[in-house]
Design a protein around this ligand. Structure first.
Ligand code: BTN
Length: 258
């Protein structure tokens, strides 16, 4: 990975400082440790991860030399209850960057999966550091399957995962995708912090493949089936149950029914 090139090409503050590792446990863990001594926009980038973390306690398979594993350190000025917007912002940035650099029709599955034709191309895991009820840092971890062959994934994951190479048939430049991701994040983070949430939320709605669909959402021990109606101003999903009751869901595992 040509880190000097990425640093030279990025336009904003995100990615101007990059800590590169051949391998780490998890870039999110390293970024959390570094977050106290770095400025906003610093990035941890690793060629591979030994203990890559996914949402809901899952493992994120992170082989060497093929994919992107990035964690961005942010210091958002917002209430903890609005923190879902950080992940929404990152999903919009990644989907836009991937569309521009690969030409693929990338969409967002609530809350933060990056998908192509219903298969998962990447994901986002945001870890918050808080003190006295305020956010001191948000670590936005981004994993994108770029040049991996999908048979590296175990059984079930193999069926639902994909990569840029698998979808386009060509090897892609990890550097070009990383630069686009960091630039789009710089742009959407500025919009989130300085303009307003509506612009971000309406772009998320344009890019999502979830709204209007019949879905199943697993929330802790509960399995809910219904229609994904909308997302609210805090990024929560509004699910209409068959009874007509509307549930607001902050976080869960969603499957679109066909
Ligand atoms: C998901 O479950 O969809 C989220 C996956 C997030 C993976 C990325 S890879 C870089 C960063 N470091 C980690 O350990 N996880 C995130």
């Amino acid at each position: 990975m040509n880190v000097a090139y990425i640093k030279a090409q990025v336009k904003g503050i995100i990615g101007k400082e990059i800590f590169f590792y051949e391998t780490v446990g998890s870039t999110n863990t390293v970024a959390a440790e570094l977050s106290e001594k770095t400025s906003e926009g610093a990035v941890v980038l690793a060629d591979s991860q030994e203990r890559g973390r996914g949402r809901l306690g899952r493992t994120w398979i992170s082989p060497a030399g093929v994919n992107i594993h990035i964690s961005v350190i942010l210091r958002p000025k917002m209430e903890i209850r609005d923190a879902t917007l950080i992940t929404i912002m990152a999903a919009v940035a990644c989907a836009t960057a991937l569309r521009k650099t690969t030409g693929l029709d990338v969409s967002i599955k609530w809350p933060n999966d990056l998908t192509v034709s219903g298969k998962k191309l990447g994901g986002i895991l945001t870890d918050l550091k808080t003190e006295k009820g305020a956010i001191t840092a948000a670590i936005v971890g981004i994993g994108i399957n770029v040049n991996s062959d999908t048979d590296i994934f175990p059984g079930e994951v193999n069926r639902i995962a994909t990569s840029v190479k698998k979808e386009t048939g060509n090897l892609a430049s990890r550097e070009a995708i990383a630069i686009a991701v960091l630039d789009e994040m710089d742009r959407w983070y500025t919009i989130l912090q300085e303009v307003d949430n509506n612009m971000l939320l309406s772009e998320w709605k344009r890019l999502t493949s979830t709204l209007g669909k019949k879905v199943v959402v697993i929330v802790g021990e509960e399995t809910l089936m219904g229609t994904a109606e909308a997302i609210d101003d805090e990024g929560r999903l509004l699910l209409t149950l068959p009874s007509g009751e509307i549930k607001r869901i902050s976080s869960g595992d969603l499957t679109v029914l066909r």
